[in-house]
Ligand binder design. Structure first.
Ligand SMILES: NC(=O)c1ccc[n+]([C@@H]2O[C@H](COP(=O)([O-])OP(=O)(O)OC[C@H]3O[C@@H](n4cnc5c(N)ncnc54)[C@H](OP(=O)(O)O)[C@@H]3O)[C@@H](O)[C@H]2O)c1
Length: 253
């Protein structure tokens, strides 16, 4: 029987790249995100190319009832999840704390912290029943450092860092591995989402240096997921060579 990976936020960027990587390695996949059209297209592509089984489930991770209904609604064989990649997440805005948009704060907190918890609550119980599993949480360099105007996004990713540690402690006796992968600058739809569709502003984030691409993180996640059963990578920070810290990027042009 093929192993199963559940990837949240598989409609773009790192999650989509993970779907390709795990499909290449022969995993059956549960792919989630809000954009159903993208999930369907990706599922078809992966099914054609790798001959794997793909289940898609479209829900907003912020909506607790939707998360429960969608995951509980999957046919029972899909509960044999081996790897959960908690990837769905986003940043909104870049403002000093006294000027921050409160709706943006809610969106980031509800998505990056509460959404990750809703999914993990359900899937960790499946893993406990199965007696195996690996939860891979996508944090950020923003979960290790705080940068100007990054206040709430950084707080949500620090929370992911803390939850990653807490999950490892709580799930230890069940033999479930827990890992955080913390990327630096990766060129995805991330900055476009942060700047609410302002493509020019988003492009500037990656100007003058070579950022990571989604596949660099997907391959790191695969490395983490493919270690022998007795080995757990607790935490890994991956940066572009041109980046040494959250805001320290060497731009040559
Ligand atoms: N790019 C970077 O530089 C960077 C650096 C460090 C950490 N990260 C983290 O990496 C993860 C992936 O980001 P990315 O760079 O790949 O960005 P992306 O290209 O914008 O992809 C984000 C994914 O998250 C999903 N998502 C967002 N809000 C959601 C919601 N409410 N419900 C369900 N799914 C939701 C999106 O799907 P739908 O819109 O279809 O729902 C999309 O598939 C995030 O957790 C991000 O914080 C990114």
């Amino acid at each position: 029987m093929a192993k199963i990976a559940l990837i949240t936020g598989a409609t773009a960027g790192i999650g989509e790249a993970c779907a390709h990587t795990f499909a290449r390695e022969g995993y059956d996949l549960i792919l989630t995100g809000r954009r159903m059209d993208r999930l369907d297209t990706l599922a078809q592509k992966l099914n054609d190319k790798y001959n794997i089984e793909v289940a898609v489930s479209s829900f907003d991770v912020r909506n607790r009832d939707e998360v429960i209904r969608s995951l509980d609604g999957l046919p029972s064989q899909w509960r044999q999840v081996d790897v959960l990649v908690n990837n769905a997440g986003l940043s909104q805005g870049l403002d000093p704390v006294n000027e921050g948009n409160i709706d943006d704060w809610d969106t980031m907190i509800d998505t990056n912290i509460k959404g990750l918890l809703y999914v993990s609550r359900i899937v960790s119980n499946w893993m406990i029943k199965n007696g195996r599993g690996h939860i891979i949480n996508i944090g950020s360099i923003a979960g290790k450092e705080v940068y100007a105007n990054g206040n709430v996004y950084c707080a949500t990713k620090h929370a992911v860092d803390a939850l990653n540690k807490g999950m490892r402690i709580d799930l230890l006796s069940h033999g479930i591995k827990v890992t955080a992968v913390h990327p630096g600058a990766v060129e995805t739809e991330f900055s476009e989402v942060r700047f609410k569709g302002d493509k020019d502003r988003a492009k500037k984030v990656y100007e003058g240096f070579e950022p990571l691409v989604a596949n660099d993180i997907a391959e790191t996640i695969w490395f983490v997921a493919s270690r022998p059963a007795h080995v757990n990578i607790n935490d890994i920070v991956v940066m572009p060579t041109a980046q040494s810290g959250a805001t320290n990027i060497f731009r040559s042009k």
